[in-house]
Design a protein. Structure first.
Ligand code: 13P
Length: 233
């Protein structure tokens, strides 16, 4: 199982450091050896000595450096050995207006740099209400320009209506969607959307779920540790 935590616009530089060392202590104490990814805000990226987790960036611009006000590029990531990125998160697509063209060129750029890419897809509620076929058609469009055979690709299925709502997708919806996504790519598929310490066991038990991408419930290190503990399979 992969356990990924997306901090979004939460945590400071100091609290990120405290979190990582707390999580390290908890995972060692509980013998939780699994694949853990943490995505702090870019202001909190740093060299974390002895941290066993994979630290990634929530976003970056398709450049080494240059005149791109407000963005970070490869030069800033290289300083901290960051080689993992989230691309296509629905919050960037919806709130920051990243089109499929932008998302796919970002994918191509970071693929060329051999980054581990967690590529997010997910449908809005009005599409989910139309049924499974409409969902798959919508998700397929989010793979336009994406190399689904890229060896360092992990897919994250995050239905928009389940993000931050406390209402996770049903086991059946996750199962059906992941099964359909497995036909598009043989890469690991994470589920994201209101995952917590209570529902993780049922979600992790789904065959086609290879891990989870967690927001709110992962912001506290003890809570995230509980999720890892309950979700190991
Ligand atoms: P929540 O766990 O808060 O629903 O967020 C999920 C998510 O968007 C992770 O990227």
């Amino acid at each position: 199982m992969i356990f990924a935590s997306n901090f979004k616009t939460n945590h400071t530089r100091k609290s990120t450091r405290d979190y990582l060392y707390r999580l390290q202590e908890l995972t060692i104490k509980n013998n939780l050896f699994s694949k853990v990814y943490i995505f702090p805000p870019s202001t909190a990226l740093d060299n974390f000595e002895n941290i066993a987790f994979n630290i990634g960036t929530q976003n970056a611009y398709t450049t080494q450096n240059g005149a791109f006000t407000g963005e970070i590029g490869l030069e800033q990531l290289e300083e901290f050995d960051i080689k993992t990125i989230l691309i296509g998160h629905s919050e960037r697509r919806e709130k920051l207006f990243e089109t499929q063209d932008i998302v796919s060129s970002k994918f191509q750029f970071f693929k060329d740099q051999e980054f581990d890419i967690i590529y997010c897809v997910g449908e809005p509620i009005e599409i989910r209400e139309k049924g499974d076929d409409a969902v798959i058609e919508y998700l397929l469009a989010q793979f336009e320009g994406i190399d689904t055979t890229y060896e360092k690709l992990t897919i994250a299925y995050e239905p928009i209506w389940a993000i931050g709502t406390g209402k996770s997708a049903s086991i059946k919806d996750i199962e059906n969607t992941h099964k359909a996504l497995k036909k598009i790519s043989n890469k690991p598929i994470l589920y994201g959307g209101s995952v917590n310490a209570k529902n993780i066991e049922d979600i992790a038990n789904i065959d086609s779920v290879d891990g989870v991408l967690v927001g709110s419930a992962s912001l506290d290190a003890d809570n995230f540790c509980e999720i890892i503990k309950n979700g190991l399979k």
